[in-house]
Design a protein around this ligand. Structure first.
Ligand code: ZN
Length: 463
């Protein structure tokens, strides 16, 4: 067979992403550049090493032009970020440093506390003092706060939960809390994110939910005053772990439904929109009750008539008996978080594609928590090829990696060999399948398209 014919035949077997975007002339030029830097970045890895931006401490493994491309890329929305963890670690440390304590001997070595902690051990000292006295450097401190490979002993989830409890007390001080939110939202806008849909951990208390959500809203308004094309929405969450009762989770979600009726996005008084847009259940799935235990409530008229959609975590598990991706489909979840094991249900994959149920894919989180140890074989690429919309999200970015979302895009582009058309489609999906109203989606899509065109022009100028 002649060479060209053979190549054409071969290419016909290579799967593409059906919703990949068509590129204009300028974008085609940028795509060629992207291809070149992807190849260069690819060569920085030994073929058998786990792949992606895993060892972010080792700058030699990170391609400077590709990381710059990922930082500046207009990403659309981060549709799955828990509480305030979209803030990068360096900014977080900057804010908390005066209030954070650490144990440097005994069995609690390396454990973080806040000055407000009820469990503060006697040997804990202020982090600022420990830094001054040279117990560790700022770099080493940041290493302690990101989940890493050498913490397998008690499980990655235990480590994540410890980090959440170590930092949880900061929220007892409303001014620190607001500052963390504000810096988190600012960093999102600076790296090309126009919308953050936050999984907001609720409690069984309307007043506390109200205070927290108003604080988040105030921090969001501060960024929107500077950047009118920035939006924040909340998805209220309750716990489903084996230690929490089903009644308690339902009561928390009921409280969120009540609070959603009176806390609105009133930034533009002529266009008052919903601020709380949905409901979800969180926690480590392998240590939680199955979603089906909540079916009565989640499928009730009370929830259906609440005006809030479901955005359920599901399929974040490698267990053979985990079928929560089926539950989420039956419950008509508008989008789903993770769906790592959806590949085990080929017929259901078709249904997800038919219904356009978008999947919030969190690469760095899936890697750090041990679900996918080599991102080249992450199933989300298969989901895209099957026509299921996906968008990249940060999950608990603060504890996963130094640059949430930037590193997620770097890994996806490199590990799945994405073209500029694939990336553009993924970013557009994040707005298209957001929880905004149609009117807001139109407005935000225009802002994003402008940012995208500016990005392409700026990248070409630097070539
Ligand atoms: Zn999550």
């Amino acid at each position: 067979m002649e060479k060209e014919k053979y190549q054409n035949l071969k290419d016909s077997y290579k799967p593409g992403i059906p919703y990949s975007e068509k590129l204009n002339q300028d974008e085609k030029k940028l795509d060629e550049y992207l291809n070149r830097i992807k190849k260069e970045a690819d060569r920085l890895y030994h073929p058998n090493d786990p792949y992606g931006i895993i060892e972010w401490k080792d700058d030699e493994d990170i391609h400077p032009q590709l990381i710059d491309f990922c930082f500046k890329l207009p990403k659309g929305a981060d549709l799955h970020a828990h509480d305030n963890t979209m803030i990068p670690l360096d900014k977080f440390v900057e804010i908390i440093i005066e209030y954070a304590m650490i144990c440097l001997d005994g069995e609690n070595y390396g454990t973080l506390y806040t000055v407000f902690s009820a469990d503060l051990p006697e040997n804990a000292i202020k982090i600022s003092e420990a830094l001054e006295q040279g117990f560790f450097s700022r770099e080493e401190l940041m290493d302690m706060m990101v989940i890493s490979d050498d913490q397998e002993e008690n499980g990655y989830w235990k480590r994540l939960e410890d980090l959440f409890s170590a930092t949880g007390d900061f929220y007892n001080d409303i001014s620190i809390m607001e500052k963390i939110w504000e810096e988190g939202f600012r960093s999102c806008y600076e790296k090309g994110i126009n919308l953050v849909e936050v999984r907001d951990w609720g409690v069984e208390d309307d007043l506390l939910n109200d205070i927290r959500d108003r604080t988040i809203r105030e921090a969001y308004y501060r960024i929107r005053r500077q950047h009118p094309d920035f939006l924040v929405r909340l998805i209220g969450c309750a716990g489903k772990d084996s230690g929490s009762s089903i009644d308690s989770a339902c009561e928390t979600l009921r409280s969120i439904i009540r609070v959603s009726k009176h806390i609105k996005d009133e930034f533009d008084p002529d266009n008052i929109e919903d601020f709380i847009i949905g409901l979800d259940l969180c926690n480590e799935e392998d240590n939680s009750k199955p979603l089906s235990d909540y079916a009565d409530f989640l499928m009730s008229d009370e929830v259906k008539n609440s005006g809030l959609k479901l955005y359920l975590h599901c399929g974040e598990s490698l267990r053979r008996d985990n079928d929560s991706v089926v539950d989420a489909y039956i419950m008509d979840s508008y989008r789903v978080g993770h769906a790592v094991n959806l590949y085990r249900f080929p017929e259901l994959m078709k249904k997800y594609a038919e219904r356009n149920t978008a999947i919030e894919v969190c690469l760095m989180s899936n890697y750090r928590l041990g679900y996918v140890r080599d991102l080249r074989i992450h199933p989300a690429l298969q989901y895209m090829i099957s026509g299921i919309p996906i968008s990249l999200c940060s999950d608990d970015g603060l504890f996963m990696t130094r640059a949430p979302m930037v590193d997620d895009f770097y890994s996806a582009i490199l590990c799945w060999d994405l073209s500029l058309g694939d990336i553009k489609a993924m970013c557009r999906n994040s707005i298209k399948y957001s929880g905004l109203t149609d009117k807001e989606i139109d407005r935000l899509m225009r802002s994003w398209e402008n940012r995208w065109d500016d990005f392409v022009a700026e990248q070409l100028k630097d070539l």
